[in-house]
Design a protein around this ligand. Structure first.
Ligand SMILES: CC(C)(COP(=O)(O)OP(=O)(O)OC[C@H]1O[C@@H](n2cnc3c(N)ncnc32)[C@H](O)[C@@H]1OP(=O)(O)O)[C@@H](O)C(=O)NCCC(=O)NCCS
Length: 452
């Protein structure tokens, strides 16, 4: 391709920055392929100037092989139309009582939103991120609803609950590469239409579809701690803790928040692997959340995001990515891919969100009582947060299980770190004979030993 056509100007530093950024995104791209994401966005998002950008980003995810179900909210549009028609809504327990006039307005608002979204997905103009995309967006009678009924004497009329979702048809469309669009309305087998809560619909769908991710894009930045600082990630246990803290607060405005957090807990407990809350007011927030290490919103998962475990052959690429810069700077001894593949059973890794962020290896000596600890590395972004120590402790426990008595290390620049882990400096002759024979005098590493 001609340079002019590709718009690449390598004299521009931001073009060069793109290369490591793209490489860092690779593990996520590989992990997300064929995964199912249910993405909810509030009605406000549709009024944003950035909404076309969000559509571009969803299109990009679809092109990367992610199966996408979009669920839109419509509260803002419904309220506006009700105001225009001078219809007053009645609320009970925070829920709209949907009478015949109101359901008519809801149908109109949802229909208009659907058409607008479909139109945006149909753009494929040259020189825009949609160029070359050919995405079918499918909507239909996927949601079966039932009336909420009469609660505490109040008849909620056309306000409904979700009864069933036609997962078979949705999966069929997703497998064909289509994006599925769900509106917060459902139909009963008697032919009536019911007003549904969009967030509930997204949650229900993510559970029924066994989705990998449920993503809420709305006005909140994410979940905040007691000091109002954004929490990057938390487990459902931590979220339950936050819910009980909020429950003890005075006032009723907390109820919506509690209801929302309870939905998230339900989704995670029912098998949805990750729930994300993302701020709609930041252009590109969806991509930042999905393709960067720390994201931009809050990620909630059932279990801890990080896992320390023995490595397997699928980790080789991740380990190479992690240690390559350290090898280039001389901190670690160079290892070829072949050597890593052969020795992968000696390795332990810290995996975070499909990415290897730490590694270390244990090489058992011929005397079976000593082992070399080697290739200890923690991703720069995650250093100085205790991970090195945790990984080291994990490897030591594994060494004890293998009935080893001592671990030793040859290091040039991390002597103090190992001293802090209880290592003491020794001379070369305390090493196993085979290690002494291959000692690299040019590298002149210090030798440290720790009794287990
Ligand atoms: C050494 C390494 C594995 C430690 O991982 P980590 O997750 O940052 O370690 P921890 O969080 O458990 O400990 C951090 C502490 O160790 C200190 N530390 C980190 N590297 C150090 C080093 N080379 N020398 C002395 N101290 C070091 C940090 O300053 C920090 O101290 P602080 O808590 O007082 O701020 C990591 O820094 C690394 O990958 N370094 C590059 C590769 C390397 O040198 N490997 C060892 C050769 S085998």
């Amino acid at each position: 391709m001609q340079k002019e056509d590709s718009n690449i100007n390598l004299s521009n530093n931001s073009d060069l920055d793109f290369v490591p950024w793209f490489r860092n995104a690779a593990p996520y791209i590989n992990a997300f392929r064929q995964q199912t994401f249910v993405i909810y966005f509030s009605g406000d998002v549709l009024n944003d100037n950035e909404f076309p950008s969000l559509v571009h980003d969803v299109t990009l995810l679809n092109s990367l092989g992610v199966k996408i179900v979009l669920v839109h909210g419509a509260r803002t549009q419904i309220d506006k139309r009700l105001r225009q028609n001078k219809i007053k809504s009645q609320y009970a327990q925070g829920l709209r009582v949907t009478d015949t006039e109101t359901i008519q307005v809801i149908k109109e608002a949802s229909g208009a939103i659907r058409l607008d979204i479909e139109a945006l997905f149909s753009t494929s103009l040259r020189y825009t991120p949609m160029a070359g995309s050919q995405i079918n967006i499918i909507s239909g009678n996927f949601v079966i609803a039932k009336p909420k009924g009469i609660i505490d004497g109040i008849d909620y009329l056309h306000t409904g609950d979700i009864r069933k979702i036609d997962t078979g048809s949705i999966q069929h469309s997703l497998n064909a590469g289509d994006v599925v669009l769900l509106s917060p309305v459902g139909y009963s087998p008697t032919g009536e239409t019911f007003n549904l809560n969009g967030e509930d619909l997204a949650t229900y769908s993510s559970i029924e579809l066994n989705a990998d991710k449920l993503i809420f894009i709305d006005d909140s930045k994410g979940i905040l701690d007691e000091d109002n600082l954004l929490l990057n990630s938390l487990t459902i246990q931590q979220l339950k803790h936050i819910i009980s803290r909020i429950e003890n607060r005075p006032g009723i405005e907390k109820n919506d928040t509690i209801r929302h957090y309870q939905r998230i807990v339900r989704a995670c407990e029912s098998g949805v692997k990750r729930v994300h809350i993302i701020d709609r007011n930041i252009d590109g927030s969806l991509l930042i959340e999905l393709f960067t290490q720390n994201g931009i919103g809050t990620l909630i998962s059932r279990d801890h995001l990080e896992d320390i475990r023995s490595a397997n052959i699928e980790d080789v690429n991740g380990i190479i990515e992690l240690i390559k810069p350290l090898e280039e700077s001389g901190l670690l001894v160079k290892r070829s891919r072949e050597r890593l593949e052969t020795e992968i059973n000696n390795f332990y890794v810290i995996e975070r969100e499909n990415k290897i962020i730490g590694c270390g290896a244990l090489y058992i000596s011929e005397n079976k009582i000593q082992a070399e600890l080697a290739c200890m590395a923690i991703d720069r972004e995650y250093q100085s947060q205790g991970r090195g120590e945790k990984l080291f402790e994990y490897i030591c426990k594994e060494a004890v299980k293998k009935e080893l008595q001592q671990v030793f290390i040859l290091t040039t620049q991390a002597t103090h770190w190992f001293r802090e882990q209880g290592f003491i400096k020794v001379t070369l002759d305390e090493l196993p004979a085979e290690k002494q024979a291959f000692y690299n005098f040019q590298r002149n590493s210090a030798v440290y030993i720790k009794n287990l």
